[in-house]
Design a binder for this molecule. Structure first.
Ligand code: MFK
Length: 156
């Protein structure tokens, strides 16, 4: 799905920091999740294939958690860029990379297979190198999981 409001955050990570299985553009075997800044929130989409099955017809929770993980670190990087007045459409790379210190996931409803999942992120707060982001993962109009991440901006 295309968004015209920003480049994907993960496509702006420097090459040497872009091998993450969940979101690295340089990991051809990975999920290559793409997080976009749209207004004051972040959006990503992912369509799981059937190898990620938990019970037949539903998606494995570990995948749900890893999507929230990578959307969370990407969202954190985007919100730091906003705070630092970095326009994501005017740069080739961003000088910001965040890693997960803590991730909380609440599974609210079974995540159905065969539906494009939508992830949304909202900034909760930034305090120095610590960024908290609240997230949802939805299928159609149902919130299947919520997440809260504490991401840490890695040192220069
Ligand atoms: C450098 C290579 C980068 C590669 C990028 C690829 C990332 C791909 C995305 C991921 O999937 S990340 C994978 C899962 N995460 C990890 O493997 C991270 C493992 N943990 C660490 O490497 C370090 O603990 C971490 C970088 C997160 C923090 O270490 P630092 O030495 O940079 O910072 P520090 O320990 O001083 O913590 C900074 C602040 O965060 C707080 N903090 C850290 N971990 C916390 C935690 N778990 N819960 C609550 N607070 C936490 C800590 O108390 C402190 O607060 P204050 O500044 O107020 O004192």
């Amino acid at each position: 799905m295309m968004h015209n409001k920003s480049k994907a955050i993960q496509d702006l990570y420097p090459d040497e920091l872009a091998h993450c299985y969940g979101c690295g553009k340089n990991n051809l075997d990975g999920y290559q999740l793409k997080t976009y800044l749209v207004g004051d929130e972040t959006i990503a989409h992912f369509l799981p294939d059937e190898k990620f099955t938990a019970l037949p017809g539903s998606v494995y929770g570990g995948l749900v958690a890893s999507l929230l993980d990578c959307h969370g670190t990407g969202s954190a990087a985007a919100f730091v860029c906003v705070q630092e007045n970095i326009n994501l459409n005017e740069v080739e790379t961003i000088p910001v990379r965040c890693v997960t210190a803590s991730l909380k996931v609440d599974f609210k409803a079974p995540t159905p297979m065969g539906v494009e999942l939508k992830l949304r992120g909202k900034l909760q707060s930034i305090e120095g190198r610590k960024i908290w982001v609240d997230m949802t993962l939805s299928a159609d109009d149902t919130i299947c999981a919520t997440g809260e991440i504490l991401a840490i901006k890695i040192k220069d």
